[in-house]
Write a protein that binds this ligand. Structure first.
Ligand SMILES: Nc1ncnc2c1ncn2[C@@H]1O[C@H](COP(=O)(O)OP(=O)(O)O)[C@@H](O)[C@H]1O
Ligand SMILES: [Ca+2]
Length: 497
């Protein structure tokens, strides 16, 4: 008996309360660990969706975006789920048969219906923004542009989505939303010290946008933003008629006016087109735009002949810009104020398509000029043989477009051989297209807050781990205290004995 009691006293685990406490602790700790694992398991996300139609001058694209419903205000959460290019030309080309503009969107909107789960259709906002093609049409024929917009509005209203409006956005908005898109996708608003500038080249207009502290001149070209608790002062300017298709019209007009012919069909010897290129073209196709001069050559047709001389090509391209007039401290061109360039730039849309085709996206400026000169001098039949799959409409213009881009960036915006490396020719960032549409939707759905959202001092996972650790330490301390108590009480018992 005495021996048994002694053993029990030596081994405290034999005591019932201790066993109960140990079991309870094990259960509590097991529970906490399970809870923390369950809490951090990715839960089934509910997504929200948004649709933006980019009604550009050359064509319309439909973008479907998605984001996790409960993370609406976290940057980098919106991703591009689906895109669709509407067949045919841009909506402004329907000026003669406006009621066809809306139905031209049918196939792409049906694709959007398939890309978004049916229960979400009704709550999905759809926006249409038209750019420079419609700006030009409005200038020329306001009724026609109004009818085209009405047609697309009526069509989009009849889709299962929540139609939020169709309008012509301003050049400033186009520039600013492009800037928001590239910086949102690069997570620059919350993580980086600096933002990235945005260069967008379309068919009918081009935009330059960058953060600049120099704000005292030309207030019109500056916008203020407060995003995630930070102030941004952004310079943006849109040049109507300086998209690459309208620039080509300006360029052909200058050349046609410079070499008027008497009787007979006019032949235009063009250094920006390949040698051997020889096509009969309609004069009306050039003069159908408010960008070109009203004095038309008298002939209906002209022969467009390439000579492939890059030096002369650049000299002629420069003539569509006015570099001499400037009443401000510094200008880009045509007397437009532009503060000194700052930081890195993302150049997208036609900047990317053209430079990518020419393999010039990562070449220094001087190398780009040399390569382009060699490309322009290539005979046209060789060019077509080498690029059978490329649309001829694009193929014939790459020499001109490349030269126009280099001239616009160097002589127009004042990039130099040294700052050329700051231009990144990009199509996508984090799997989403660079362009104004995402920024437009983020703004209209209030998805970028002015103030940084309050975040808990430690993340959830850290909180649970700390709690578990805390329970372990507590348990350890209790055991330690118990042992200490046992030892001192048995020592005092011995003393009494
Ligand atoms: N693969 C390509 N190669 C060359 N140019 C292209 C290609 N794809 C699109 N583009 C051009 O990109 C431009 C897009 O402009 P767009 O957005 O329609 O006009 P805007 O923004 O001025 O309203 C057009 O000039 C179009 O011809
Ligand atoms: Ca565009």
């Amino acid at each position: 008996m005495a021996g048994q009691r002694e053993m029990r006293e030596k081994n405290p685990w034999h005591r019932r309360p201790i066993i109960i406490i140990a079991v309870l602790f094990t259960v509590v700790i097991g529970g906490l660990v399970t809870m923390s694992v369950m809490q951090n398991k990715p839960i089934h996300q509910k997504y929200k969706y948004g649709i933006v139609l980019d009604a550009g001058s050359s064509h319309t694209s439909v973008y479907v975006y998605q984001w996790p419903a409960e993370k609406e205000n976290n940057t980098g959460m919106v991703t591009q789920k689906h895109t669709c290019n509407v067949k045919g030309k841009g909506i402004s080309s329907y000026f003669r048969n406006a009621n066809q503009a809306g139905p031209s969107l049918r196939e792409c909107m049906e694709e959007a219906e398939r890309a978004i789960p049916t229960p979400r259709h009704q709550e999905t906002p759809v926006y249409l923004g038209a750019t420079a093609g419609m700006r030009l049409l409005r200038k020329e024929n306001e009724t026609a542009s109004g009818n085209v917009l009405l047609s697309v509005m009526q069509f989009l209203q009849a889709t299962p989505f929540s139609f939020q409006g169709a309008r012509i956005i301003t050049g400033q908005e186009e520039g600013a939303y492009g800037w928001i898109t590239v910086n949102y996708l690069s997570d620059n608003f919350r993580r980086a010290q600096h933002t990235m500038g945005a260069l967008d080249l379309g068919g009918a207009s081009t935009q330059i946008t960058f953060e600049s502290g120099d704000h005292f001149k030309s207030i019109n070209d500056f916008i203020h933003f407060r995003l995630y608790g930070k102030e941004y002062r952004v310079y943006t300017h849109s040049f109507l008629c300086y998209g690459k298709d309208q620039a080509l019209k300006l360029f052909l007009d200058r050349q046609l006016q410079a070499h008027p012919t008497g009787s007979g069909k006019q032949t235009l010897e063009d250094p920006c087109f390949h040698p051997g290129y020889n096509k009969s073209k309609s004069v009306q196709d050039i003069y159908n735009s408010p960008c070109v001069s009203e004095v038309q050559p008298s002939k209906a047709e002209f022969t467009h002949k390439g000579t492939g001389n890059w030096m002369l090509c650049q000299k002629n391209v420069r003539r569509i810009f006015n570099f001499s007039e400037c009443t401000s401290s510094s200008c880009s061109f045509n007397g437009v104020f532009q503060p000194p360039l700052k930081g890195q730039f993302g150049a997208f849309s036609a900047f990317f398509f053209v430079m990518d085709f020419l393999n010039l996206t990562s070449e220094p400026l001087e190398v780009s000029k040399k390569k382009l000169a060699a490309y322009c001098s290539m005979p046209w039949d060789e060019v077509t043989k080498n690029h059978k799959k490329v649309k001829e409409k694009y193929l014939q213009e790459y020499c001109f477009s490349g030269t126009y881009i280099l001239t616009l960036l160097e002589d127009g915006y004042n990039f130099t051989s040294e700052t050329w490396k700051d231009i990144k020719f990009i199509k996508k960032i984090a799997n989403s297209d660079a362009g104004w549409t995402l920024g437009y939707m983020l703004n209209l759905t209030n998805m970028i807050p002015a103030e940084a959202p309050d975040s808990p001092p430690i993340p959830h996972a850290g909180y649970v781990t700390l709690m578990v650790l805390f329970v372990f330490v507590l348990f350890f301390l209790i055991v330690l205290a118990y042992c200490f108590f046992r030892r001192s009480s048995s020592a005092s018992q011995k003393q009494i004995v």
